[in-house]
Design a protein around this ligand. Structure first.
Ligand SMILES: [Fe+2]
Ligand SMILES: [Fe+2]
Length: 169
């Protein structure tokens, strides 16, 4: 259980850094883009501290377990394109993470871990808006270049070797 919470903490940690990287790395976007990602960064920091504090209550700390790094690998793969970043990190990796939250929450519900359920409800609420933000800026960039988002997504997924997830997506 602590290992599962720890892997979520690591995802939040990466999500915090990826939100700040989206601000720092990509110039010439509208002001709202930077404000949106700053809001995301603030919420990811909040999520990270919620899980981190709860891990402490359970007698563990962030860093006690190994964690997979697939989210950050996709961040590194998309350093040259803000459109690819929005498409593949936010609309793919984060969106997939969002899909997984209700399932994980229900597992904690089964073992009557009310605090974990509470934290996951907060994360679920906020992550919906994060994916919405990524979606908004992806569509904005497609419109700017006059390309169809569905075709653009397919091409970016192939070019940047995005993971292929099982349906339903
Ligand atoms: Fe988060
Ligand atoms: Fe997020």
């Amino acid at each position: 259980m602590a290992g599962l919470l720890h892997s979520l903490a690591h995802i939040e940690f990466n999500a915090l850094n990826l939100a700040l990287d989206a601000i720092w790395r990509f110039a010439n976007m509208p002001k709202q883009y930077y404000e949106d990602w700053l809001t995301v960064a603030k919420e990811e920091a909040y999520h990270f501290s919620l899980i981190g504090e709860y891990l402490q209550v359970l007698g563990f700390s962030y860093g006690d377990f190994t964690a997979h790094n697939s989210l950050w690998e996709m961040v590194e793969r998309t350093t040259d394109s803000v459109m690819a970043r929005m498409a593949l990190v936010t609309r793919t990796m984060e969106a997939r993470g969002l899909d997984a939250v209700p399932m994980i929450r229900d597992r904690f519900k089964q073992i009557k871990d009310d605090r974990a359920v509470e934290i996951l409800e907060i994360i679920l609420r906020d992550e919906i808006s994060h994916v919405r933000i990524g979606n908004h800026w992806f569509n904005f960039l497609c419109a700017q270049e006059n390309i169809f988002p569905i075709t653009a997504y397919r091409e970016l997924a192939r070019k940047y070797r995005a993971p292929v997830f099982k349906a339903p997506i």
